[in-house]
Design a protein around this ligand. Structure first.
Ligand code: HEC
Ligand code: HEC
Ligand code: HEC
Ligand code: HEC
Ligand code: HEC
Length: 480
């Protein structure tokens, strides 16, 4: 028998604990803990052998609520003991000697063994549950899926190149301080959700994000020389044949080249360009400055400023000033439709599908559910009235097109969060949003007469612009 079960220990601890513990409150606590513990262990075992259930609300139950109940049960046990002790004390019924604990009694001895084993198990369960609870709160499922406020970002995230990078990797730093700051922020947000006072849409840019170079350079090094990057984009016209044209550009992405020169789009901006934006979304940038190698500064100002320096934060340009939608790319309706048609998810062989698809995507719907019934129905109605042959000969394609339009809509428009086409602009490029042309608009001039260049060839070679079957794609063997 272990020494701590010595006589003294038995008389002063085990006996009173058993005596006072025998009360309805403590027994209920024990029952709650046991039930929660058994359910959690069962769930962990099941997860070992089967796919975890993807439902985020089950995650909340198993990783946060059950552990809380488990601990609550444990806490209730001493509360019951305390209350019984107090009430017996008041009534003067505390026995001088507690009922005998007889270790020669086999049943009793096993009872004590069970309590000991249960304590060890409880300890293991609590450590495992807190570890899992913390891990769960860091999971994209918890951040994105269990909170409908995050629905737009979570949806875009799941189809982004970063779909396997956890939200916390970008949004929360490592170390106790950022963890604490995030939890304080999160609690504030929880209240906003509970009282329905959060802003719709969630504003962008995120003010308390760490500097992008700290975030992104944890995984990507700007010193990587990317060189040239080929980009092919298709667009379809609003005519009956949905005439396809393509643009082919070679982007001078550059980087740090073999001679340690910073070149191209990636090389020239980082670390020495600052700007002042005069709007929240950093779209209007009338003032830009560049630190030259000799330490001097060249300011480029928009002519509207008349040489003055606008008020506002001077921001050092970093990754997010171009890659602001790295993990949450929302596209325009045109971009969404063109990409879907280019890969055949919406068949370009359906007459007028580009024109009609765009009308349906841009229409106003009360909710995503509303859109998901109305879009396919209206596409079908369109063909029934204008082109019944198509409906009979290409029924499958019409159906698939309707389904795909719903997908495109629900990846980009979230009526309940007031996120619609264009709510979150993308700063890469210049076709759909100002992007690079916020500065490279030909109207940012320095005192010495130079300006931030808008010359097309500075950023890319234009091999084809909106051409039908560009020859260069055939030459490259990309298309016939
Ligand atoms: C690769 C890094 C990265 C990952 C991973 C990431 N985010 Fe973001 N997120 C950003 C950046 C950068 C912004 C800021 C955009 C800006 O400043 O314009 C942002 C902005 C947001 C915003 C503000 C609204 C908006 O659309 O701009 C929300 C909300 C958000 N993220 C939620 C999430 C959630 C939820 C997840 C996980 C499911 C997640 N993020 C994963 C980088 C990331
Ligand atoms: C935890 C690691 C991690 C962090 C942090 C991270 N990324 Fe990524 N990034 C990845 C991975 C993984 C991929 C996917 C590579 C692939 O699909 O081949 C990727 C892909 C990309 C791509 C390429 C997309 C494409 O179309 O090819 C860009 C651009 C990018 N990241 C930018 C960023 C920016 C900007 C940030 C900071 C806001 C960032 N990343 C933060 C891991 C990370
Ligand atoms: C001046 C704008 C700008 C800045 C600043 C910028 N990028 Fe980029 N980046 C681009 C453009 C443009 C592309 C090509 C986009 C495309 O292909 O559509 C690109 C492409 C990439 C890619 C994909 C490269 C590949 O191999 O295909 C990664 C990864 C990336 N950027 C990471 C970063 C990181 C990390 C930073 C910050 C250290 C950064 N970028 C800063 C404009 C920028
Ligand atoms: C905040 C302002 C700003 C934004 C946004 C911006 N740039 Fe720049 N860019 C500059 C400045 C300033 C210079 C340096 C001009 C100089 O040296 O005279 C520059 C230089 C360049 C150069 C080198 C030009 C040369 O003469 O060789 C390239 C290429 C370039 N930018 C591409 C881009 C691309 C692509 C984007 C969008 C993805 C972009 N820039 C967005 C400010 C900006
Ligand atoms: C400051 C750099 C910069 C300048 C100047 C610039 N572009 Fe671009 N352009 C880009 C970037 C970056 C992309 C790639 C966008 C993306 O990744 O989607 C692009 C893409 C394109 C495309 C591809 C089609 C598309 O929808 O993206 C065309 C066409 C194009 N540019 C035309 C032009 C023309 C014409 C000019 C001259 C008036 C010009 N660009 C000047 C940076 C620039």
């Amino acid at each position: 028998m272990p020494t701590f079960l010595s006589l003294r220990f038995r008389e002063h601890w085990v006996r009173p604990a058993l005596f006072f513990g025998n009360n309805p409150i403590s027994l209920a606590g024990g029952a709650i803990t046991t039930a929660a513990g058994v359910t959690m262990i069962g769930n962990w075992l099941m997860e070992m052998f089967a796919q975890p259930h993807p439902n985020p609300y089950l995650g909340i139950i198993f990783n946060l609520i059950l552990p809380a109940l488990f601990v609550l049960g444990l806490l209730i046990i001493p509360v019951g003991i305390f209350i019984r002790h107090q009430s017996l004390l008041k009534a003067g019924k505390i026995p001088a000697v507690y009922p005998k604990v007889d270790f020669n009694d086999r049943i009793f001895r096993h009872g004590v063994d069970i309590v000991l084993v249960a304590t060890i198990i409880n300890f293991l369960v609590v450590s495992m549950a807190s570890y899992r609870g913390a891990a769960y709160m860091d999971s994209p499922q918890f951040c994105g899926a269990s909170c409908h406020v995050m629905h737009p970002e979570y949806t875009a995230y799941k189809i982004s190149p970063h779909s396997h990078v956890a939200c916390v990797e970008c949004h929360i730093g490592s170390g106790a301080r950022s963890y604490f700051a995030a939890k304080v922020d999160g609690t504030k947000q929880l209240f906003e959700v509970a009282f329905n006072t959060y802003s719709r849409p969630i504003p962008s840019p995120v003010q308390n994000l760490r500097p992008a170079r700290v975030i992104c350079e944890g995984c990507h090094t700007p010193a990587k020389f990317v060189g040239e990057r080929l980009l092919v984009k298709s667009s379809f016209a609003d005519d009956e044949q949905n005439t396809e044209t393509q643009s082919v550009v070679v982007l001078h992405l550059g980087g740090l080249d073999g001679l340690s020169h910073l070149t191209g789009i990636h090389g020239v901006h980082l670390g020495h360009i600052e700007y002042i934006a005069t709007d929240e979304s950093r779209t209007t940038i009338p003032w830009v400055s560049k630190r030259n190698p000799d330490g001097s500064e060249t300011a480029f100002t928009a002519s509207s400023l008349n040489g003055a320096t606008p008020k506002g934060e001077r921001r050092l340009m970093d990754c997010i000033d171009c890659h602001n939608r790295a993990a949450h790319t929302f596209v325009t309706a045109e971009e969404a439709l063109n990409s879907a048609m280019a890969i055949g998810a919406i068949s370009p062989s359906l007459p007028w599908v580009h024109k009609e698809g765009l009308v349906l995507l841009k229409a106003t719907y009360g909710s995503q559910a509303d859109a998901s019934t109305r879009i396919p129905a209206e596409l079908e109605a369109f063909y029934r009235s204008s082109n019944p042959d198509v409906l009979s000969s290409k029924a499958d394609l019409v159906k698939a097109a309707g389904k795909e339009l719903v997908t495109l809509y629900s990846q980009n428009v979230f009526p309940d969060m007031k996120v619609t086409w264009g709510t979150h602009p993308n700063h890469i490029g210049h076709m759909s949003y100002p992007g690079c042309f916020r500065c490279h608009d030909g109207d940012h001039n320095a005192k010495d007469g130079s300006s931030i260049p808008q010359d097309c060839a500075v950023c890319h070679n234009l091999l084809a612009v909106d051409e039908s079957k560009p020859k260069v794609l055939a030459d490259l063997g990309i298309q016939q």
